[in-house]
Design a protein around this ligand. Structure first.
Ligand code: NA7
Length: 540
């Protein structure tokens, strides 16, 4: 690759980067995608741990831009498994002939803007560069995995794995003593599967989470038919929804109904399964008293599912309102603790002291293990971008600009970094939404913006600082109207020691956010500074 040039350089070949490439080709532009993996799929390429599955229904977690694609592709289950989503990503790459413009096994290590030429130069680990007018960071929200620096880890004689870097050939747990550290979404999906294979499974839990059964099942032909018959209309509705998902929100307060009715509604949602449990009432994320009714219901379910009440006590989440940490979904997670080969270690009061050659020490006791699985999460939303640390205008670096937390305008761009777009960046609905819906919206917006600039002879776009400040304030203000900031979640950056605690995604809803973005574009990009030959002429 050496030193290449293009109109646009895209970092990442997940769903964001793939669609971005396709759209830019449509504008007649030359785009190059740089991807560190050997294949497409992003999150779904890396997170191959056993049990990995999407928590958005398959009929909704797919591209909507290509009518034929959405008719042709058949999902086999209500909630798609990681292998099936990865096959889908590969199918799309083949169908749109994307791979010829993707450079695989190419890790981006730098990005620098040259003010004179108004171009970005993106550098790779191998020392190659791509120079382009525009740079699009389609780097994903959960792409920098995090493994705490446990003392003694280098002494461990067995194998270690992180759920976010799972080996392609899989892991054989048969006859092995396995330690899983962490009980977030990844662990909650992996634990029931590992428990069935391992001789002994020890789970180290610091914070219990709320998890709802998925009730996953083979795709119902009638349901699939309902979607496909009017796919464009359904997609159009999804785009206006709060989370970009058609999800029948019960539009009443949990406190507006009597106890029996409330219980009936929770039971109904619990038995239909999935994250729509949080749509049981319209105020679960804003009213603590309402939230408590849902949390108590789920705690009651956990008690009923786990036979040993001392174990159930450890599993009951009490330190955050339900849903304020990303709600988990599972297949027989809690029941797994009824197995004779599974034990739970509470590391809240007595943290993991050290790792030895043979296992993990907590409270002076060694828990023997042949394999340790780190399900310890990610440096979410900012880790990858700050890691690349783009250098923008006037010597600005992203790491410095975001020192006190990410600062963006609309989650799309950041002041001082002209022509650098982020797909589902912090300050946009991103992880609070159906990611594919948000990805499509961002990619469409960026494509329109680049198209507008190209046809108007504009060469640089950058948010104005006052517009950015107002947006950051709005994002913050919206978050603090809800219960979300009360939890120590990765939404808040709370899982990374020293990371500034700022609520990073935009909670105002996908529908309202889209309207805002569209209005800004329609008004000639209010809040952005645009320049180029015509703008300069106009100013003269
Ligand atoms: P999460 O949700 O960040 O979970 C990480 C887990 O690891 C969580 O239970 C943490 O406990 C635990 N953890 C992290 N560090 C430690 C230490 N030092 N000791 C013990 N336990 C630790 O990551 P996931 O991969 O499960 O899910 C990420 C997202 O991917 C998910 O929300 C979905 O959107 C998909 P803690 O809660 O910090 O006490």
């Amino acid at each position: 690759m050496a030193n290449s040039t293009a109109d646009v350089v895209i970092v990442g070949a997940g769903f964001g980067g793939m669609y971005m490439l396709h759209k830019l080709r449509g504008l007649g532009l030359k785009a190059i995608v740089l991807e560190r993996a050997t294949g497409v799929g992003g999150t779904w390429y890396w997170n191959r741990y056993p049990g990995a599955r999407c928590d958005v229904e398959s009929m909704q977690y797919s591209y909507s831009f290509d009518p034929q694609l959405q008719q042709e592709w058949n999902w086999s289950e209500r909630f798609a498994s990681q292998p099936e989503i990865l096959s889908y990503a590969n199918h799309v790459a083949d169908r749109l002939d994307l791979r010829r413009d993707i450079r695989f096994e190419t890790s981006v290590t730098s990005a620098a803007y040259d003010e004179a030429s108004q171009r970005w130069t993106v550098g790779t680990e191998a020392g190659d560069t791509v120079t382009a007018r525009f740079c699009v960071m389609a780097t994903g929200c959960l792409s920098t995995s995090r493994q705490p620096d446990f003392p003694g880890l280098s002494r461990f004689k067995g194998k270690t794995y992180h759920t976010g870097h799972w080996p392609h050939e899989g892991v054989d747990f048969a006859g092995k003593r396995v330690a899983v550290i962490g009980t977030g979404s990844s662990a909650i999906q992996a634990i029931p599967v590992i428990a069935k294979q391992a001789a002994l499974l020890t789970v180290f839990q610091r914070t219990p989470n709320f998890s709802i059964p998925t009730r996953n099942k083979p795709m119902d032909g009638e349901y699939e038919g309902w979607w496909k018959k009017d796919y464009p209309q359904h997609r159009a509705i999804a785009r206006t929804q709060r989370a970009g998902i058609i999800n029948s929100v019960n539009d009443q307060s949990a406190l507006a109904v009597d106890d029996a009715e409330r219980l009936r509604i929770y039971e109904e949602r619990w038995s239909s399964g999935g994250t729509s449990f949080m749509a049981s009432f319209n105020d679960l994320s804003v009213n603590k008293a309402s939230n408590d009714t849902a949390a108590n219901f789920v705690r009651g379910k956990i008690r009923a599912m786990v036979k040993d009440q001392a174990v159930a006590d450890i599993l009951l989440p009490h330190n955050h309102p339900i849903g304020t940490k990303r709600i988990c979904v599972d297949s027989h997670y809690y029941e797994t603790y009824n197995r004779a080969n599974v034990r739970l270690v509470d590391v809240r009061k007595a943290p993991i002291e050290t790792i030895t050659a043979n296992g993990v020490i907590v409270g002076g006791q060694e828990y023997a293990a042949d394999i340790i699985v780190f399900a310890t999460g990610f440096d979410a939303m900012t880790g990858t971008l700050v890691g690349i640390n783009p250098h923008g205008r006037d010597g600005a670096t992203l790491a410095e600009e975001w020192e006190a937390g990410p600062r963006t305008y609309l989650g799309l761009m950041s002041a001082q970094f002209p022509n650098l777009f982020m797909i589902t960046g912090p300050g946009s609905p991103s992880v609070l939404s159906n990611m594919i819906v948000s990805i499509e919206q961002h990619v469409d917006w960026v494509t329109d913006c680049i198209g507008y600039m190209t046809s108007n002879g504009l060469t640089a776009i950058e948010p104005r600082r006052d517009a950015q400040d107002a947006w950051v304030e709005h994002v913050n203000e919206m978050a603090f109207k809800t219960l979300y900031p009360t939890a120590n979640s990765w939404y808040m950056g709370a899982n990374i020691p020293g990371k500034p605690q700022v609520f990073m995604p935009y909670i105002g809803g996908v529908g309202a956010y889209r309207v805002k973005c569209d209005e800004i574009a329609a008004s000639g990009y209010t809040g952005f500074e645009l320049n180029g030959s015509q703008a300069r002429q106009a100013a003269e």
